[in-house]
Design a protein around this ligand. Structure first.
Ligand code: 5AD
Ligand code: SF4
Length: 394
């Protein structure tokens, strides 16, 4: 497993567990396992996904030990120069979350959507998009591939708001995946009956990726016809209070959005108690009413990442695929050097991934899923980032 590193349980109290990675201690949550001090575990997203035996863990850790120290040195060297906002944010990242980096894989299983967001290529009014739906069997197979062949321990299952996938179908898929592998399943399926979320949680999903899109209610309601911001926010809050790990965030560069709105967006992410912030730039889609809007400024995205990091030192901040699409080849690296510490790799089967057209030109444009993973891992290694779970620092 090249980018998941086991840790050792050193303390257990009040449902929280402290996991040690070569002297770096992280506090994580444990829902599924009976643990004792001394056990070895894999954690992802601040959450224990697997318990492994000492016989399995020790050889992996022996391989990692020296390497982990080397990575740390590289990160320290790269983070030690520069005085601008981004360099300072990068040091805050290092100080508070170490060189850990979460790597999540995303499978986009349906591009049908009943919503009509003005910015999004999947909107129901876009009749020129070829729609697809993976079958439950295909979704489980894609997850198997991601977990068994590519080594992922956290999988995001994403779709438009597709009523075809009701709570029963989704929970069936989750149960099938969880029945085979220990993994953190994050659902990104939008607004739906709360009973669907309850069924998904019972089946074992623990993460919800649901952006609030913008903290500005006027912009929100203009760009999401028929939707109320208050409803979205209360869904996120309810999920949070029911134990979901929340990943949320906003789009930067929406028409009418001001600097003040963006500052409020960052604050709102934090006040919702998110585990991971995900904010991406607007990339106008030609088949939407925002076709003529200017794309967001990538440099400003980097500054937003840096600002968010300085304001909230402990958070996971994701390098979004939209930022990678907008910023080109060096985008992920630059975002990681501006305070980000999580990445997402697209693991949608190639026959579908081109059709998940939230915005044009989505990366990866070429290459297999395995190649995309290898490239990400290589980049993280060159940057001295380790695949230990981020958790919160002890
Ligand atoms: N540009 C950038 N991000 C977009 N999203 C949808 N359309 C666009 C676009 N044109 C984002 C929204 C949504 C997520 C799945 O994709 O924030 O929550
Ligand atoms: Fe549907 Fe999400 Fe796109 Fe809105 S942003 S149209 S809810 S996929």
């Amino acid at each position: 497993m090249c980018y998941a590193m086991p840790g050792r349980v050193t303390e257990i109290s009040d449902g929280k567990v402290v996991v040690d990675y070569f002297g770096e201690r992280r506090r994580v949550r444990n829902d599924f396992f009976k643990l004792a001090v001394g056990d070895y575990v894999y954690a992802q997203g601040g959450f224990i996904v697997q318990r492994i035996s000492a016989a399995e863990a020790e050889p992996v850790l022996t391989t990692w030990k020296e390497y982990f120290a080397q990575l740390n040195k590289t990160d320290l060297r790269l983070a030690s120069t520069g005085e601008d906002l981004r360099a300072r944010a990068n040091r805050v990242r290092r100080e508070h979350t170490g060189n850990s980096s979460c790597v999540h894989g995303i499978i986009e299983f349906s591009n049908h959507c009943r919503a009509d967001c003005l910015y999004c290529g999947l909107r129901s009014s876009n009749k020129s998009l070829k729609r697809y739906r993976m079958t439950p069997g295909e979704i489980v197979a894609a997850a198997d591939y991601a977990i068994e062949k590519l080594g992922f321990k956290a999988i995001v299952l994403q779709s438009g708001e597709d009523a075809f996938f009701d709570g029963k179908t989704l929970s069936g898929i989750i149960a099938r995946i969880m029945g085979k592998h220990p993994v953190l399943i994050v659902m990104s399926v939008g607004e739906r009956d709360y009973s669907d979320y309850e069924a998904m949680y019972s089946a074992g999903a623990r993460g919800a990726l649901i952006r609030f899109e913008t903290s500005n209610p006027v912009i929100y309601e203009k760009l999401r016809p028929g939707r109320r911001q208050a409803e979205r926010l209360s869904l996120i809050k309810r999920l949070k209070s029911d134990g979901w790990i929340i990943m949320s965030g906003f789009i930067q560069g929406l028409p009418g959005q001001t600097e003040k709105d963006i500052a409020a967006d960052i604050k709102l992410s934090e006040s919702l108690g998110v585990e991971m912030m995900s904010f991406g730039p607007l990339i106008p889609h030609p088949d939407t009413p925002l076709a003529a809007a200017p794309p967001a400024d990538f440099e400003k995205i980097l500054d937003t990442i840096a600002r968010a990091r300085i304001m909230f030192p402990e958070l996971r901040i994701l390098v979004t695929t939209a930022a990678e699409t907008l910023g080109g080849k060096e985008a992920a690296r630059r975002a990681l050097m501006a305070g980000a510490n999580s990445v997402m790799v697209n693991l949608t089967p190639p026959e579908y991934s081109g059709l998940y057209s939230l915005y044009p030109g989505r990366v990866p444009v070429a290459g297999s899923r395995g190649e995309a993973v290898a490239e990400t891992v290589k980049m993280l290694r060159e940057m001295g980032r380790a695949p230990s779970d981020i958790g919160s620092t002890e």
